[in-house]
Design a protein around this ligand. Structure first.
Ligand code: COA
Length: 391
């Protein structure tokens, strides 16, 4: 049986939507000083979904390159993490399983606990690979973050999917034991079943997140985790990138350090490049931080990285991963750059139209306009069934 330290992320690929709204357009519409967006919350643009894309099309687009590189033979489990689910019963992962042509001998399930879900999926995947190191688990985190127009949350919308292949002897990051865990029943962010847009108490979510940083770190230390000084970088969940800054400052304070701006920048600076232009991708956010770090930092071979995964409501986990020597040969830096740069620019009016778009609920045949050019599209809602196409 493989040891815990030899199981982790073998491949990582992300996808985002076909459209992007720059924060300058939002600021011009609502009269906000752009400094609030660029500096105050640390966001420059947000991915916006077209009418013919959703968490399934993004998830499939993120996972397809992994299947074409490694095949699907050893994948017996697909775990789909999301908090912007498209169905109350059927897992979004089953649609992805079909679009990717995965073997029928696969277990597929959807997991939910706000933005934390993908970390639960990663840990469950590690458990399965520990039981049988010949098996591989496909973890997909895919979300569209949507808040009310003209609400404070509007500037922190976004969308992306991350797919990770979890295996023994991984090529990118070995995930370590122990984890630090923290759960508290708080109402900082939630989305009742009857709503498309989430409800959020922004200031409460910042306070709850910082309590979770403290709580997970305390438990991580009690479980015998590494000391703060050992880490080369920290990947935080980033509902907006300034949150990573606030979280790391809080962790330094918790550990009795003065907060030095250059220390914070060194720890998180390379992890925000994707999230600042994609926006909040909920479950995918902390792993987009990892993608940015691996794609852009100097060689991290053998270096420990800290992960803080936070999901409102709330559940959080702090854990460590060690970057595997030789990882750079397996990165998808160019494809990630193309996913971000290939998005089409929206003006405010076009963004608003997409924000307000939704399917009728009458059970009729409702084709979607062909707006996007990605490998998969949501073609229609027909008799209450979502119809997907592979291009
Ligand atoms: N230049 C630079 N900074 C500026 C500024 C300007 N012109 N104007 C304001 N700011 C700063 C503020 O000082 C503040 O910084 P601070 O937090 O370090 O004090 C920051 O910009 C945000 O300003 P604030 O007045 O708090 O903004 P807001 O009321 O619009 O709320 C959020 C911001 C992030 C709380 C809100 O967008 C939100 O609720 N987002 C959703 C968060 C979420 O999804 N949480 C759940 C998952 S964790």
């Amino acid at each position: 049986m493989a040891s815990d330290s030899a199981i982790g992320i073998h491949d990582l690929s992300f996808a985002t939507t076909g459209f992007v709204l720059p924060h300058t357009a939002l600021a011009e519409h609502n009269g906000t000083d752009i400094g609030k967006y660029h500096v105050g919350i640390g966001q420059h643009s947000m991915s916006v979904a077209g009418a013919d894309e959703d968490i399934v099309t993004m998830g499939a687009a993120a996972a397809a390159p992994i299947i074409s590189r490694h095949g699907a033979d050893q994948i017996r489990t697909l775990v789909f993490a999301t908090e912007s689910s498209i169905d109350q019963a059927k897992s979004a992962g089953v649609y992805v399983h079909s679009l990717l042509g995965l073997p029928s001998a696969t277990r597929v399930v959807e997991l939910k606990q706000a933005c934390y879900g993908a970390t639960a999926a990663l840990q469950f995947a590690i458990g399965l690979v520990h039981r049988d190191p010949a098996q591989r688990v496909l973890v997909i985190a895919s979300d569209i973050s949507k808040y009310e127009l003209d609400s404070p949350g509007e500037a922190t919308q976004g969308a992306a999917a991350v797919a990770m292949l979890v295996t023994a002897d991984p090529a990118l990051v070995r995930i370590e034991e122990p984890s630090g865990l923290f759960t508290a029943d708080v109402m900082d962010f939630w989305r009742p079943n009857y709503r498309d847009a989430a409800l959020v108490d922004g200031q409460e979510s910042i306070t709850a997140y910082l309590q979770a940083v403290e709580g997970t770190w305390k438990d991580y230390q009690e479980q015998g985790g590494r000391s703060l000084e050992e880490f080369s970088a920290f990947c935080y969940h980033q509902p907006f990138t300034k949150m990573a800054h606030k979280a790391h400052r809080h962790l330094l304070n918790t550990c009795g350090y003065d907060t030095d701006e250059s220390d914070i920048k060194r720890a998180i600076g390379q992890t925000t490049a994707c999230n600042t232009v994609v926006g909040n991708s909920y479950t995918a956010s902390v792993y987009l931080a990892l993608a940015a770090l691996l794609d852009h930092a100097d060689d991290l071979s053998g270096r420990p990285v800290g992960f803080l995964s936070y999901g409102s409501g709330s559940v959080a986990e702090f854990f460590a991963g060690t970057v595997v020597p030789g990882y750079r040969a397996h990165l998808r830096t160019e494809a990630h750059r193309e996913a971000i740069e290939g998005r089409r620019l929206l003006d405010y009016a076009a963004y608003r139209e997409l924000h307000e778009w939704s399917f009728p609920t009458d059970g009729g045949d409702h084709p979607t306009p062909a707006q996007t050019t990605g490998p998969f599209r949501l073609a229609a809602l027909r008799g209450h069934k979502r119809i997907y196409e592979r291009r």
